[in-house]
Design a protein around this ligand. Structure first.
Ligand code: PHE
Length: 355
């Protein structure tokens, strides 16, 4: 703005006061913001260096006959300056408020932000599917503690102390003498101790083993199943597992039992299915290493010693048991190559498989 200093000579005539008024008006017109207004105010009516104050102070220098006119002229100029400053102040304030309102304005026409919907984890989806299939076969769901004692996790399952089969379980031991269950078989023991046959339960849950690579995670999920009644045979085991597998994968999935060993079942079998990726042909298939088969379950007829230890007469009752990894089924179903991807909670994966 033009900050031309007002004339410092004593303005003795009306003409000179009129010229000051003109200067003020010019400067006022040039004010464009709050800082400019403040500068103008200090220059003209500031308490210490304001021009009008110094004009008043010069009253003594004016010849006495002219003092009345001079005083009136200065007063008139002062009122005018104050009035203009106030009007300008109001104008600036209106503009400032307008700007504040504009900055705080909400655009009600903008589309809203949709809250993200969660979805079920792939492991949960498969667990529920497995539970649904067995519920239709007359099974109920049983659960038990993840921190188990040696008796339920090993001893009652016919793992004697110091038996080498314990090594295959890669157990995490807790400081309080308990351990993290290595399978959900202890839930079957708890069920048999609490109930009389006939028994048909499945036991889904988290299990823990000190093992960590592309196919193994220290925590994973199992569903184990148990059927105990009079007259149960290997035929029931095979028929049940075949019905289950063909519901879980597809009706034309081939199933084979391969002899194996578990301390708590006799005889024992690993269950293989025809590879769902190459339909069992094994041609060019990395998933089943060109064998056409994939191992999916452990199973067997409950060892009579296990029944007996749970107070069930092995001469009257027999039963079968099986166990499978839920994570492994999820990996096969959704084509997930690395088990740890299931627990990274990468939203891209979770979105892709959500039900
Ligand atoms: N408990 C076994 C495991 O975790 C699986 C299994 C269950 C095998 C029941 C046979 C019968 O390896």
């Amino acid at each position: 703005m033009s900050s031309e200093a007002p004339s410092s000579a004593t303005p003795s005539s009306a003409a000179q006061l009129a010229e000051l008024e003109g200067q003020f008006r010019d400067q006022a017109t040039a004010v464009s913001d709050r800082a400019g207004w403040e500068e103008l105010r200090l220059r003209w009516v500031g308490r210490k260096q304001g021009l009008l104050r110094s004009l008043m102070g010069r009253m003594k220098e004016v010849p006495p006959p002219e003092r009345r006119d001079y005083g009136q002229g200065v007063n008139r100029l002062k009122k005018l300056v104050e009035g203009e400053l106030e009007a300008l102040d109001q104008k600036l304030r209106d503009r400032e408020q307008g700007q504040e309102r504009a900055a705080a304005a909400v655009d009600v026409t903008l589309p809203g932000r949709r809250p993200a919907l969660g979805s079920l984890h792939p492991v949960t989806l498969i667990r529920r599917e497995i539970e649904g299939i067995f519920r239709e076969l007359g099974y109920t769901v049983a659960e038990g503690p993840e921190a188990e004692d040696d008796y339920h996790n090993f001893e009652a399952l016919n793992f004697p102390p110091d038996h080498p089969a314990r090594d295959t379980q890669d157990t995490f031991f807790l400081e309080n003498g308990l351990l993290l269950r290595t399978h959900t078989s202890p839930v079957q023991i708890r069920t048999m101790l609490a109930r009389k046959p006939p028994i048909r339960v499945i036991c889904p849950g988290r299990v823990y083993r000190n093992d960590n690579d592309l196919r193994h995670s220290p925590m994973f999920h199992q569903v184990e199943g148990l059927a105990v009644a009079e007259g149960i045979t290997v035929g029931d085991l095979k028929g049940t597992l075949q019905a289950f597998i063909q519901r879980l994968f597809s009706a034309d999935t081939g199933v084979r039992l391969r002899p194996s060993f578990f301390p708590f079942t006799e005889p024992s079998a690993e269950v293989d299915i025809t590879c769902p990726f190459c339909q069992g042909t094994g041609e060019d298939c990395k998933v089943c290493s060109n064998t056409g088969w994939m191992e999916i379950l452990g199973s067997g007829m409950v060892d009579p010693r296990v029944l007996e230890g749970c107070g069930i007469d092995p001469d009257r009752y027999s039963g079968f048991a099986f166990g499978l990894g839920i994570d492994r089924v999820a990996m096969i179903r959704y084509g997930i190559p690395n088990i740890r991807m299931l627990f990274d909670n990468d939203l891209r994966l979770l979105r892709q498989v959500r039900g």
